[in-house]
Design a protein around this ligand. Structure first.
Ligand code: NDP
Ligand code: OXD
Length: 309
């Protein structure tokens, strides 16, 4: 029951150390070192599996994504009977809550304007708006969207979220399904994207959607680059339909040097760091999932391959 890690070698070394401490009975290898006999590999944790996994790792039983999303996986090469498990662990959640809270407060407390003022040596206080008058809307009410809203609610923001099937979150107006999207957008001043990337969500952040937001709304994009039509974003910023955008993900990553988003005064870009899997808590979750798998129980974060998330 050998475990193979295929990702950054530095993180692999951390996982190896944690496995040696917490589960010394499980042989653990960090790709491209595999222990020699690929038929012994039962479990794979990867950002991207090796090519043709069914042939390369013929006795594979579970594929773990080292990230919360699985859109980067080419699942066509992973046989249908093999469960694919995404990462749900406290480190990813805490990181995302911090990032989005910081981004919301940056917009809410007018830091885009004050940054421009500073460049012009201008001292011009703007009116401070009550959090209760600022309407936050989160696309995606999963593990991350829910945690973000639970934090933002504490500041007093008017909070709402949108998902496919609906949720109940205290103090948050929850919208469910495509036919509620327009009403959700119409009441959203700061829109946060925390959707998985699927055929249904690719390109969702486009001109048609921006036009349904109140004029002067802002975008925080922490999903996946291909959710956003970047030309449409530039047009919405130019027309004033959108006021600010904070992008943690782009398409491609990184953007080419000449891309206008890099230097746009109303855009902040970070290099896909909103949150990161934390090896110590991730290994705990993976070990719990290995136990569940051995006992025939459902694993935490097991995705529905038909739904794509
Ligand atoms: P979950 O699977 O827990 O939640 C996904 C949510 O999106 C669910 O509420 C789901 O609805 C909703 N959803 C999916 N498809 C649709 C659709 N077509 N229409 C409406 N709602 C939809 O995911 P997480 O919260 O854990 O993560 C969300 C995403 O965040 C990841 O997939 C990844 O893209 C991104 N991410 C980005 C990181 C970064 O550093 N920038 C780090 C980690 C994650 P329902 O509840 O009905 O199923
Ligand atoms: C993830 C990510 O999905 O880092 O975890 O984006």
């Amino acid at each position: 029951m050998t475990f193979l890690y295929k990702g950054s070698p530095e993180r692999g070394a951390q996982w190896a150390k944690l496995f040696a401490q917490k589960a010394p009975e499980i042989p653990f290898h960090v790709w491209p070192e595999t222990g020699g006999d690929l038929t012994k590999i039962r479990y794979l944790a990867a950002w991207q599996p090796p090519e043709d996994p069914a042939r390369t790792l013929p006795n594979l039983e579970v594929v773990f994504s080292v990230g919360a999303g699985v859109d980067q996986f080419d699942l066509s090469g992973v046989p249908a009977h093999i469960p694919v498990v995404r990462m749900i662990e406290p480190g990813i959640v805490e990181g995302m809550v911090e990032y989005v809270t910081h981004a919301v407060l940056t917009i809410h407390r007018d830091h885009f304007d004050y940054h421009l003022q500073q460049q012009q040596k201008t001292w011009h206080p703007l009116p401070v708006r009550a959090a209760s008058s600022r309407r936050i809307g989160v696309l995606g009410l999963g593990v991350l969207g829910t945690a973000v809203l639970e934090q933002l609610r504490l500041f007093g923001f008017a909070c709402a979220g949108w998902s496919r099937s609906g949720r109940e979150i205290e103090g948050v107006a929850c919208y469910a399904g495509a036919n509620t999207l327009d009403a959700f957008l119409a009441r959203t001043d700061i829109l946060i994207c925390l959707l998985p990337l699927t055929d249904a969500t690719r390109g969702l952040l486009n001109t048609a959607l921006f036009n349904k937001l109140p004029r002067g709304a802002s975008l925080i994009q922490t999903g996946r680059g291909p959710h956003l039509n970047q030309d449409d974003l530039l047009a919405a910023l130019a027309s004033g339909q959108l006021q600010n955008a904070i992008l943690d993900v782009t398409d491609p990553e990184p953007l080419p040097d000449t891309h206008p988003l890099w230097t746009h005064p109303r855009v902040r870009i970070t290099p896909h760091i909103a949150s990161e899997t934390r090896p110590d808590s991730a290994v705990e979750v993976v070990l719990e999932n290995l136990r569940r798998h051995r006992e025939g129980l459902p694993m935490l974060g097991q995705i529905d391959r038909n739904r794509g998330y």
